[in-house]
Ligand binder design. Structure first.
Ligand SMILES: [Zn+2]
Length: 66
């Protein structure tokens, strides 16, 4: 079994782990109503708009009836 030759100091361990952090979620905004979306490939939850297809994919009038 491989065994480390020298123990890693706290400073060196901290320097290595300084890159391990969570980045904030990148937000996009709907081109139609400006509502924040988690990703550009997703539909707007407010108006059903798709930024990629540049059209309203889900009709919100139908959704209200359901
Ligand atoms: Zn929208």
């Amino acid at each position: 079994m491989a065994v480390p030759k020298r123990r890693v100091s706290h400073a060196r361990q901290g320097k290595r782990r300084s890159h391990q952090h969570i980045h904030p979620r990148q937000l996009c905004y709907c081109n139609k109503c400006g509502n924040p979306i988690a990703g550009n490939h997703l539909l707007c939850s407010n108006c059903g708009w798709s930024n990629i297809q540049k059209r309203e994919v889900v009709s919100m009038e139908k959704k209200k009836e359901e």
